[in-house]
Design a binder for this molecule. Structure first.
Ligand SMILES: O=P(O)(O)OC[C@H]1O[C@](O)(COP(=O)(O)O)[C@@H](O)[C@@H]1O
Ligand SMILES: [Mg+2]
Ligand SMILES: [Mg+2]
Length: 358
């Protein structure tokens, strides 16, 4: 049960339980364990160059990506911090090829925990915001050994999700299906304090986030959307937009929760066999749950993220989320429900992006 350092989160969870969230003691205890894991990762991140955490680990994960030292450290902290409590049956991590069941002699709990222990790895060595993302599912009844198939549940089955952002301050942002709350870590007392009780994505925005270096590989609906934003006050949107790219999904999601905006990591033709960059189960789904609970939206570009039935543990997916009106506009462009004629001067043979792409 809660120590002094997680007492505020425990109190909030009990309160949300009374408001109708389906929270039992096991889920509350698991969320407290996750909060504590985030706090430990936060302490390690804050040590920077003093803490032997920078650089690469010298290994490649299941996604074929080089692991940063902190990817491995954070993965260990999440697993060890949750596997002995008796509340999870198994965990699944970006850094592990297969689900990791709790050790045989420990009680097996009713929940499945999925996480990206360290998101935005390329930011670690340059001291820019990174984060952790997690999703919790109920373990299907009647199964003894936990299998990969148990994790392949649609996002709307999540019972809780959230992220921690390790930025100028550390925050934990959480949903249990009754809205979205943000807690700020008080580094003096060590407690997560409820500072943002009801986060809501503003409906209107003038900001978008996309890795524009991929523009020559985008599909027409995404080109059209970005082109219209870039056209600003003189274009069809009639207003100027600003563009941001932090290279950390957590940091982008946090900015959008606080001040609105839209994020796109669409399918592209750069690696034709890869359907997107980000992972469905422990990146897209928890962000989708948070966005919807905060009044925003999340989509593949074509359909609601939370309705997808996953086909594999590390499945990648195109990801679009943020202010509802923008996400719906992007969906319309994909489904041709909006066939307003448009040309794309920035992308034609002599346009800015074609020129940049060489
Ligand atoms: O290399 P790019 O295109 O900037 O990609 C950045 C994206 O990759 C990620 O860093 C992937 O997450 P990991 O660091 O967990 O692999 C996202 O956070 C971010 O949105
Ligand atoms: Mg990630
Ligand atoms: Mg990661």
């Amino acid at each position: 049960m809660p120590n002094a350092d997680t007492v505020t989160i425990a109190r909030w969870l009990i309160h949300e339980g009374r408001r109708g969230a389906g929270l039992d003691d096991g889920l509350i205890a698991l969320l407290i364990e996750v909060a504590r894991a985030c706090k430990i990762v936060s302490c390690r991140v804050a040590m920077g160059g003093l803490g032997d955490i920078l650089g690469t680990a010298g290994a490649v994960n299941v996604q074929g990506e080089e692991q940063a030292r902190l990817d491995v450290i954070a993965d260990d902290i999440f697993r060890r911090g949750t596997e002995f409590g008796g509340h999870v049956g198994a965990v699944a991590s970006e850094e592990q090829e297969e689900p990791v069941p709790v050790p045989a002699h420990y009680p097996r709990g009713d929940y499945l925990l999925l996480y990206d222990p360290l998101d935005g790895s390329s930011n670690i060595d340059v001291n820019v915001s990174v984060g952790s993302i997690f999703s919790i599912l109920r373990r299907p009844e009647g199964t003894d050994a936990v299998t990969t198939a148990d994790f392949l549940q649609p996002g709307h089955a999540q019972v809780a999700a959230g992220y921690a952002i390790y930025g100028p301050s550390t925050m934990l942002v959480l949903t249990v299906g009754t809205g979205v709350a943000g807690f700020t870590l008080d580094p003096v007392h060590g407690d997560f304090v409820l500072t943002h009780p009801a986060l809501a994505v503003p409906a209107e925005t003038r900001e978008f986030a996309v890795n524009a270096s991929n523009s020559r590989f985008w599909e027409p609906p995404v080109r059209r959307y970005v082109q219209e934003c870039l056209a600003g006050a003189e274009g069809p949107r009639g207003k100027d937009f600003n563009m941001r790219w932090i290279a950390s999904l957590v940091a982008e999601a946090h900015r959008i929760l606080i001040r609105g905006g839209v994020f796109l990591y669409p399918r592209d033709t750069k690696q034709p066999r890869r359907p997107g960059r980000l992972r469905l189960l422990y990146e897209a789904n928890p962000i989708a749950f948070l966005m919807e609970q905060a009044g925003g939206a999340c989509s593949t570009g074509e359909r609601r993220m939370l309705d997808l039935v996953p086909d594999s543990l590390h499945q990648r997916i195109p990801l679009v989320f943020g202010s509802r009106e923008e996400v719906e506009r992007i969906e319309r462009y994909h489904t041709a429900a909006d066939d307003t004629p448009h040309d794309m001067p920035l992308f034609n043979a002599r346009g800015l992006f074609r020129t940049m792409a060489g």
